[in-house]
Design a protein around this ligand. Structure first.
Ligand code: 13P
Length: 249
């Protein structure tokens, strides 16, 4: 059976606990649960427990962390471990988001350690990959994405709870999204690399980068796009509920 289409909201450094409560009151009033779709929220760490506890009784709705450290505990000021976010109610973690890679300088090697820690800790890992504009213009998209994947996928078991998110860096927060066809082509390349590691073709691959109410249906209509990872357009509960109501053809 195919896995549910995943609508993932990355709130980045927005939505404090009080705002999260009123957001979710509104979202839950608007959202109609349906089979074959799940929705995940990635709030900032201070709001994680609030969001997770509010969603606890709603099947197909979950909360996750935006990043984790690979060590389980220790002197890592400012960092969060898998056990800590798990106890706060996280079911998943984003790993290797482009802002972690390009703003905070996270390396492929660190991303690999984080994916391993998340999976070993019993959470779903959503591994984010994507090329910069210079890399795209240099024709390096497939090579960059393959390198990011290969660095993180060695040792990942075929039954791992793994999702890939393809987020071209130039499309994030810019209003420029990849065309559905370009996104689908990148997704096809991602599946080739997943195959190299014996990972199943049913592994979900999401698209992220300036997804909004106007383009989500065309993106989800592409074969191989199994959901979306959304930043700005997930910050308004009405708009996000409308995006999550999109039916994949
Ligand atoms: P935007 O939807 O704001 O472009 O952000 C995408 C993103 O980075 C989601 O992780």
């Amino acid at each position: 059976m195919s896995q549910p289409v995943l609508f993932a909201a990355n709130w980045k450094m927005h939505v404090a606990p009080g705002e999260a409560r009123s957001y979710l009151d509104r979202f839950l009033a608007l959202d109609a649960p349906r089979v074959g779709r799940s929705v995940a929220f990635f709030p900032p760490a201070v709001s994680l427990e609030t969001v997770a506890s509010r969603l606890h009784d709603h099947d197909h709705l979950s909360a996750g962390a935006q990043d984790v450290h690979w060590e389980a505990k220790g002197a890592f000021t400012g960092a969060l471990s898998v056990p800590l976010v798990r106890e706060s109610g996280a079911a998943a973690a984003l790993i290797g988001h482009s802002e972690r890679r390009h703003v905070f300088g996270e390396t492929d090697a660190e991303t690999a350690l984080k994916v391993a820690a998340v999976l070993a800790g019993g959470l779903q890992a959503i591994l984010c990959v994507g090329e910069t504009l210079t890399q795209r213009e240099g024709g390096e998209t497939d090579a960059v994405v393959a390198r990011q994947l290969r660095a993180a996928l060695a040792g990942v078991a075929p039954d791992a709870d793994l999702v890939i998110a393809y987020e071209p860096v130039w499309a994030i927060g810019t209003g420029k999204n990849a065309t559905p066809e370009d996104a689908a082509a990148a997704h096809a390349g991602i599946r080739v690399v997943l195959g190299e590691f014996g990972l199943p073709t049913s592994t979900r691959v999401l698209y992220g980068g300036s997804v909004n109410q106007g383009n989500v249906a065309a993106l989800l209509a592409q074969p191989g796009i199994d959901g979306v990872l959304v930043g700005g357009a997930s910050l308004d509960p009405d708009g996000w509920a409308a995006i999550c109501a999109t039916i994949r053809p």
